[in-house]
Structures are given as C-alpha cells and as structure tokens.
Design a protein around this ligand. Structure first.
Ligand SMILES: Cc1ncc(COP(=O)(O)O)c(C=O)c1O
Length: 399
C-alpha cells in the first residue's frame, strides 16, 4: 500500500514476524529519513508528518542543533554511570527547574519510568510524613505506561486485563467529576495523578475548575498532585507545560517524549518539599546519560530560540479552526478537541483506521485512537501553509 520499495518492505515484514515479538500492529511503511516536518520512505516518497513519532519530534526531525549536540557529546563521552558527576545531566536538571515549577529532577529512560519514579516518590513522601498512605487515584481513559505499576495506574481495563493481577494501590475515577474523586479519597491516598489533556485515551481535556478544586483538596489533605506531562509537555499544548495553560501547579511532573527529540529520556520533576529521595532509594544505570542529556538540552534550546511554544499555540489554533470548518460541512466529523498542537477529531462512524491508511497513501502521517478518533501531534515547527496542504488532502476523506 505504501511506496516503500516492495522488496525492502517485504524483508522487514518477514524479519519482524520472525524475530520481533508481535507487540505492534505496524503500518507497512519503511521510513528512512526525517527533516523538520517531513519524512521519506525507502522509495523516496515524501510525507508531511502530523504525528512526530507520537509527540516526540517536537522541534522537527533531525534538527541540526540537536544532531550537532548529540554528535559532539558522542565524540567525548557516551556513558560513565551515575556514580560520577557529568555536566550535561546537571545542566539539563538546572534548565528544567528554571523553566518549570520544579526544584529538582531525576532522569530515567522513558515516560513509564518517569511515572514509576513519581509513584515511588509519592509513597516515600507519605511514609516520611509518618502516614500509611500509598494509594494513587488516576482517571479512567488515562495512560501512564506499560510497566506493571504504570499499567495499574492506567485507567483502561482492556489494557490491564491480560496481565491481572495488577499491583495494588490504584483507584480510577471518571474525569472531570469532582464528587466521584472526593468519594475515593481517604487516609490511604498519597497522590492524585492526571494528564492535563489525556493523550492515548483520545485527547480529552481536564476542566480548569476540576483541576483547581483538586489542587485545593491536595493542599488541605497534604496529598500530592502529579501531572503526567509525558505527552503534553515541551510546548505541545501551546505552553511549555500544560499545567501553565490551566494555571494549576502540581507537586510532581513527569516528562519524556518531546524533551529528547527521539533519544530515550524520562524526567521526574518535583518541588523541593517533595523531592525526598535519599541515596540508594532510586536509580538508573542509563538515566541521565551525557548523550541523551546533551540532546535534551539542545532540544529545549531550539524550542526557546525558535519560539516553538508560541508557534504551537498559533498554528494549533489555525489547525483546529480549519478542522472545525471541515466539521461544519456536516460530513464525518463529530467533534474537534485539543489545545495547541495536540488535537483530535472524533468521527461519527468507525472509519478512523481506513482514513489513516488513506491519508498515508496521500503522504500525510496521522494516527488513530480506536476506530473513531484521528489524532494530530505534528512537530511544533508546523506552518499554516502546511496546515492548508494537510487540510486539502484530509477534506475529501471526511466531508
Ligand atoms: C501521558 C503518557 N504517559 C506515559 C507514557 C508512556 O511513555 P513511554 O512509552 O515513554 O514509556 C505515554 C506514552 O504514550 C503517555 O502518553
């Protein structure tokens, strides 16, 4: 179906089915190059990427400044372990605390790992306060990762069922229902963990008033508020962090995806009061390695220098407006949701998979959540002209 050459693709499909566990239902394209908002497959066909490797290539693919920073670091030191000091790690930690509410960081290798760290930190904090509080309340439809604890935190029973029994200590509530949340809080609750905009669950936004009330409850009861900003962070929603857009500051935030431009990184960020880990209580062999941290530092630099947060807000609004126009033509689109360049259209019919494949044939990369939601997570350097280009291709599929 794609323009990847049949032979190279056939070989990869064969290798995948023979040597890789069947964890992914892959789309048959072999991408070989990326620059900015564009991807190339092995036949040379060019695509407009509106997915960024699931919200990762926020500064665009292979940004020269990020590539240079990584190459420079590769030439001097790749790994030495956390037994020693390394400058890229500490420069990055300092930078993240300068641009966020946080006072201290811990580095792991993925979003799930950052969330594991957040769960441990919340439990440790409660224990040090002398409380027997270990439960964490999260929302239905949330997604926090695939490790056993983050799977238990994830509010999607269909993802959990094959792996039951799950680690205990997690409760789920319907999003934006403050009474349902209040009912689940008791002396065992150590934290409430939320995505400000649920990503994998289908791009559902938390109400600002809901988050404000939760902040008040957390303050009153000394319960920690954790925002999983793995997907919403690094300019994605038109703010550097989504919490800024809703005016509610968490105690702990997790980052991954867009901070590393594709290098494996997860960051646990906490306020001084909450950053209570002592030596030996948490760690990672690879976490915070010099190459990844040099790449992440360069990524933040590009986001700032190129005004990508503002671009995400402006071009995101433009894309949302253009999608709303398509919705108003009374075709397949039921709803347009999201903020900045984290958007989704919900369809009236179960046609999302076919549309995603159809768009790919036409050179547009998006993805589907279930069979009625199409998700847009483009690089934050997307232009309005590229939005127009995308809309002209999308229109015949949905109107
Ligand atoms: C909000 C959120 N949290 C956690 C994760 C897990 O991140 P990773 O796949 O890097 O472990 C994801 C991944 O999609 C996510 O969107």
């Amino acid at each position: 179906m794609s323009s990847s050459t049949t032979t190279d693709l056939d070989e990869l499909i064969q290798l995948d089915s023979t040597y890789h566990m069947s964890t992914y239902s892959r789309i048959p394209v072999n991408f070989v190059k990326g620059r900015g908002t564009r991807l190339w497959d092995s036949s040379g066909k060019v695509y407009l990427d509106l997915l960024s490797g699931i919200g990762v290539a926020n500064v665009g693919h292979c940004h020269p400044k990020v590539v240079r920073a990584i190459k420079n670091q590769l030439d001097s030191l790749i790994h030495v372990s956390n037994l020693f000091y390394t400058k890229p790690q500490l420069d990055l930690a300092k930078k993240i605390t300068e641009i966020s509410f946080g006072d201290a960081c811990f580095f792991g290798n993925s979003g799930a790992e950052a969330n594991e760290g957040a769960i441990k930190l919340a439990r440790r904090y409660a224990k040090l306060k002398g409380k027997n509080a270990f439960e964490i309340i999260t929302a239905f439809r949330s997604f926090h990762g695939r490790t056993m604890k983050t799977l238990a935190a994830t509010g999607q029973p269909e993802k959990q069922k094959p792996f039951e029994p799950l680690p205990p200590g997690f409760k789920h509530v319907p999003l934006n229902n403050i009474d349902a949340l209040k009912k689940e809080i008791n002396e065992k609750t150590c934290a409430i963990m939320l995505e400000v905009i649920q990503g994998e669950g289908g791009v559902y936004l938390c109400d600002e008033s809901y988050l404000r009330e939760i902040r008040t409850i957390c303050d009153e009861k000394d319960i920690l508020l954790i925002f999983d900003e793995v997907q919403t962070g690094m300019g994605r929603t038109g703010h550097m962090f989504a919490y800024e857009g809703v005016g509610v500051v968490p105690d702990i935030m997790t980052l991954a995806k867009g901070i590393g431009s594709g290098l494996p990184i997860g960051v646990l960020v906490a306020s001084k009061k909450v950053a209570v880990f002592k030596p030996g209580e948490h760690g990672s062999t690879f976490g915070g390695g010099p190459v990844v941290c040099a790449g992440a530092l360069a990524t933040i630099g590009v986001i700032e220098e190129e005004g990508l947060v503002e671009n995400s807000r402006q071009v995101g609004l433009y894309l949302k407006t253009r999608l709303e126009e398509l919705k108003n033509k009374e075709g397949l689109i039921k709803e347009v949701r999201g903020r900045g360049l984290m958007l989704a259209v919900e369809l009236k019919e179960e046609k999302a998979k076919d549309i995603v494949i159809g768009l790919l044939k036409e050179g547009i990369v998006v993805n589907n959540i279930g069979n009625n939601i199409i998700r847009f997570l483009p690089p934050l350097c997307l232009t309005e002209d590229e939005v127009d280009e995308a809309i002209s291709v999308i229109e015949p599929f949905v109107v």
